[in-house]
Design a protein around this ligand. Structure first.
Ligand SMILES: C[S@@+](CC[C@H](N)C(=O)[O-])C[C@H]1O[C@@H](n2cnc3c(N)ncnc32)[C@H](O)[C@@H]1O
Length: 204
């Protein structure tokens, strides 16, 4: 884990350019149809807002948080430019006030800042903030990404396997769980051949 994640991510987000671009993540875009218009969705560690702003534009009611205030400030400006409303907050995933059984959806896209201990708490909070019937959409990198180095952390224990996700989300009904490779073009932060895993899972 980074010793001062807020500082590091604030520096990464300090440039005018969007580090991961302004288009939504492809896995999220391809699966967001599981949520119905106006449903309430939480974007976890939303960065500069590419996913939350797109979801708000699709008609969802969106909350989003991130530890980096520079990222959230950029996301607020991006939402204003796009004339959409997102309820943003600056928060660490361990101190965010997770409401219980409140969301129809959670988007957790590249939240691999979390080491195994933080991840265990983060995933438990994601499950408990979903309403019964609510759906999680998650994307991350697999260990093979250490060979590509085109984005994501270079720490093996932060990466996901299908087995890890199956175990972590045993309380959810897994609807899609896919390991795959793709050429990702998400700003300068995620660029090139990538080893990915995507999950769609529903709370019982
Ligand atoms: C790889 S970026 C992904 C951002 C966004 N989900 C996206 O797909 O564009 C990881 C994000 O995690 C945030 N982050 C890092 N540590 C965090 C923590 N402890 N709590 C909340 N957010 C954190 C960073 O600020 C950064 O925005």
């Amino acid at each position: 884990m980074l010793s001062d994640p807020a500082k590091t991510w604030n520096q990464r987000f300090a440039q005018d350019e969007f580090l991961f671009g302004t288009a939504p993540n492809g896995w999220l875009r391809d699966h967001a149809g599981v949520w119905r218009a106006n449903e309430r969705v939480l974007c976890v560690a939303d960065g500069e807002g590419r996913n939350s702003v797109w979801l708000a534009g699709c008609g969802y009611t969106v909350d989003a948080f991130d530890i980096a205030e520079m990222g959230v400030a950029k996301a607020r400006r991006f939402a204003a430019d796009k004339k959409v409303t997102v309820n943003f907050s600056v928060a660490d995933c361990d101190t965010f006030e997770w409401p219980q059984a409140a969301y129809d959806g959670v988007a957790a896209i590249f939240v691999q800042f979390a080491d195994p201990a933080v991840r265990e708490r983060l995933f438990a909070n994601i499950v408990s903030c979903l309403k019964p019937g609510g759906t999680l959409i998650l994307q991350g990198y697999t260990p093979k990404q250490l060979e590509y180095r085109t984005g994501g952390p270079s720490i093996l224990s932060h990466l996901y396997t299908k087995e890890l996700l199956r175990k972590s989300f045993a309380e959810l009904d897994i609807q899609v769980l896919r390991e795959y490779e793709a050429d990702v073009q998400e700003g300068n932060g995620h660029r090139g051949r990538s080893a990915l895993v995507g999950l769609v899972a529903r709370r019982r």
